[in-house]
Design a protein around this ligand. Structure first.
Ligand SMILES: Cc1cc2nc3c(=O)[nH]c(=O)nc-3n(C[C@H](O)[C@H](O)[C@H](O)COP(=O)(O)OP(=O)(O)OC[C@H]3O[C@@H](n4cnc5c(N)ncnc54)[C@H](O)[C@@H]3O)c2cc1C
Length: 393
């Protein structure tokens, strides 16, 4: 079994090119835009800025997708918001010609209580006819769909045939390679220390590899944005999640899976391993870093045999932790940083960043380039983090 600190932290990263974006020998003296952070949001922002013709330099403290973007379960479950529509993602994949393992598998969420079962049924009943279909299945129907027994404490399930999965590290790496083809420069293993205003119109981005001048800066560094943007501190906070990956098993779960609204979530990867996360209620710790939390890991290990009687024995191949960035109102922050000139933020996606990631970057790049605030940007205006400022722009 692989432990943290011994190379790629997750099975997604271990199965990807180990270092597709090596650290630069030196940084360029400046760029129109410096993006801080090389997860999905930073890479998406850099991609769209470069596609619009901007000169962009992305700086990542570690390697691309080394944070939440390479540590998630790769469950791509779109909601009803426009920014979660996968049309843009499909278009980018087709235009740029890379395969991030984006597959339609369906998604089944099992209700662990009668209350959640009622909520699932109400959600199905009010689903707009124009939205992708959603079905409420009783327990027998869930067992039939999965072709395995489902424990009696599950009342039923919510089946979304249009659920997808993705290989998250390949998504970030593929999009970053496309951004580079459009002219973006990528500096990994380069930590941004401070951003300060210069005497001229440019910002100075101080890093572990020297200082870069930038006309604008985008903070895509997850919960770390609070370090650079004091007005957002308190509105965004880190929450630790735990994941494990089993050794390859025969095909057991075709769809992406969850309990309730994601208290446990899992999917079977193409190599047969089951990647499962959640069980946060088992934690006895307040830590919010990327270290393992043994009680949660134990809960994850016992979950499958408890939920599915007769579940085969399995070995755990890899364990990891990742940090989610939760905002106070559950909506991400996409737009101008309050009270800061020429500084922007794209963060706060919590445990649900894959479906909105591509459109969020496009919306931010458009706002920076044209001043037009369309798509997801108005509803995610960071001004709401500052009491009394919302609606003033
Ligand atoms: C355990 C777990 C499971 C999840 N499961 C799912 C799922 O199944 N489906 C889903 O849709 N979402 C899921 N998510 C959420 C999803 O992964 C995130 O919403 C998304 O990856 C956030 O991307 P990001 O680019 O904002 O952050 P990150 O990927 O964390 O990227 C931020 C980057 O900034 C870098 N950085 C920080 N500070 C600096 C600095 N000073 N200088 C330079 N770089 C810096 C970090 O090293 C990091 O690489 C999960 C998250 C976790 C943690």
């Amino acid at each position: 079994m692989t432990n943290p600190g011994e190379g790629p932290p997750t099975s997604w990263l271990a199965a990807s090119d180990p270092d597709p974006f090596p650290a630069p020998d030196a940084l360029p003296p400046g760029a129109d835009v410096v993006v801080v952070g090389g997860g999905l949001m930073g890479v998406s922002a850099a991609y769209w800025i470069a596609r619009r013709g901007g000169s962009v330099l992305l700086l990542e403290a570690r390697r691309l997708a080394w944070g939440a973007s390479g540590r998630n379960a790769g469950i791509h479950l779109a909601g009803l918001q426009a920014m979660e529509d996968d049309t843009v993602l499909r278009k980018v994949i087709a235009e740029e010609g890379f395969d991030p393992g984006y597959r339609r598998t369906g998604h089944l969420a099992l209700a662990a209580s009668p209350e959640v079962w009622e909520q699932f049924r109400a959600e199905v009943a009010r689903r707009p006819a124009t939205a992708s279909p959603l079905h409420a299945l009783d327990r027998a129907a869930c067992a039939g769909l999965l072709r395995m027994p489902v424990a009696g404490h599950f009342a039923g399930g919510r089946w979304m045939p249009d659920g997808h999965v993705v290989q998250p590290a390949r998504l970030v790496h593929g999009l970053a390679a496309a951004a580079r083809r459009h002219g973006a420069r990528i500096g990994t293993r380069t930590r941004v220390l401070r951003v300060v205003a210069g005497h001229d119109a440019a910002l100075r981005v101080r890093t572990t590899r020297g200082t870069v001048r930038a006309a604008q800066v985008v903070y895509a560094c997850h919960a770390e944005v609070a370090r650079f943007c004091p007005t957002l501190a308190g509105f965004i906070r880190p929450v630790r999640g735990q994941v494990l990956a089993t050794a390859p098993l025969p095909p057991l779960f075709a769809p992406g899976m969850a309990v309730d609204f994601g208290s446990v979530y899992w999917r079977q990867a193409p190599d047969g391993s089951i990647v499962i996360g959640g069980c946060r209620a088992a934690s006895t710790s307040d830590d919010v870093d990327e270290r393992l939390d043994p009680p949660v890991q134990r809960a994850l290990e016992t979950f499958l045999p408890t939920a599915f009687p007769g579940f085969p024995r399995f070995e755990v191949r890899r364990r990891w932790a990742g940090v989610m960035d939760q905002t106070a109102d559950g909506r991400p922050l996409i737009g101008a940083v309050p009270w800061a000139q020429r500084q922007w933020v794209i963060a706060g996606f919590g445990g649900h960043g894959l479906p909105p990631g591509i459109a969020a970057g496009a919306g931010l790049a458009e706002a920076m380039d044209t001043g037009r605030r369309s798509g997801p940007v108005p509803a995610c205006d960071p001004a709401r983090a500052v009491p009394g400022m919302e609606g003033q722009r």
